[in-house]
Design a protein around this ligand. Sequence first.
Ligand code: GTP
Length: 420
Amino acid sequence: MPVNSETLTLLAVGLPTLVAVVTAAALLVRRGRPGSPGGSESSETSEAPTRPESGQGAGAGQQPTAGPGAAGDVTGPVPAERTVDVATPEPDVAVEELSRVVPLDVPAPVQGRMARLRDRLARSGSPLGARLLTVLSRDHLGEDDWDELEETLLLADIGAGPAAELIDALRTQARVHGLSDPAQVRSLLRAQLLALVDPALDRSLATVPTLAEDGTQVPAVVLVVGVNGTGKTTTVGKLARVLVAEGRTVVLGAADTFRAAAADQLQTWGSRVGVPTVRADRDGADPAAVAFDAVRAGTQDGVDVVLVDTAGRLQNKAGLMDELGKITRVLTRQAPLSEVLLVLDATTGQNGLNQARVFGEVAGVTGIVLTKLDGTAKGGIVVAVQRQLGVPVKLVGLGEGPDDLAPFDPEAFVDGLLRE
Ligand SMILES: Nc1nc2c(ncn2[C@@H]2O[C@H](COP(=O)(O)OP(=O)(O)OP(=O)(O)O)[C@@H](O)[C@H]2O)c(=O)[nH]1
């Protein structure tokens, strides 16, 4: 299309206006966040984060709503298109404009997400299931074939114990009924893999607020931990969208004060769906204080869920693990932790399992989020990590898109592995 002078005039007038409005939106989210971030520091030794006295509340006027998804699971109806709730006590022209000009994202429906993303599992490298089926379809399986099957399972990070269990079950089947019927072999393998993934585990997320003794609503607090680069901040952002899709009200706590851009990254995720972020105003602030402020703000505003992002911690850095211990102690003084989600990168194999063990000891992990499952053929890590930690995989990351996070569905997962 040719650019004429009329178009240029429109651009010259319209673009700065839009930029101004979007800038106002960003400022409002900062201004409306609870507690003064400058007052969020606390003494490392006293474990007593400073509590700002005049925090405005996380929601910048956002009123708590009883969401339709208040049943503890992560499925639910999709809200209609929404805009930022602008019911602030102070009239503000920029706020009114914001509600007209910046429509919020409408997150994708949560139900069935994993089935929709199943192709990503099948596309990733050479899927475990396909390789197993190739060996099992050979005539007269010999010891070499069984060894190859075991090796395939081990290479997929399923773990020695589960690999042996699966091989035993397949050998028994081969002895009793034979493995000549491909459809039967496939359904046997499916059943065995499913049993290892354990569909009976409770994978629901505890995201329902509770009532304190004095009758005030206490938000569900979800702490997200894990080493750097595993996808914690991204997961918190995606999870906020999942909760918004269910009609929940959410506050984000940017307790990753270690990495400069993490709070900005988180705030961007939140602002896209109208969720405010509590953050410190300088790098290196006390993460426990920020987490504390976020929960306090969420409580004041009566929101349903507070999601707290933390810095990437290396398990061999004792100081950082101490810091995580401090965050959990400080938070539990305000509200019980509903969930401690450990984010693990599915591509890191055994190293991820070692991380899982250490975090399990320090933080009392209640669920695993396996990210980057779209980029690995090592789907067996789901089985290994559940065995290692004794807690279920609750969510999986299947891409970098905003809605590429799915409640873990064992059947869809196994079907993805077996897809050809
Ligand atoms: N392919 C893929 N990439 C992902 C997934 N989840 C996160 N990522 C990417 O992983 C990278 C790191 O994500 P972050 O959320 O910044 O990781 P972090 O754990 O918060 O990192 P630190 O703040 O340094 O501790 C980003 O490029 C994300 O887009 C996923 O499920 N699939």
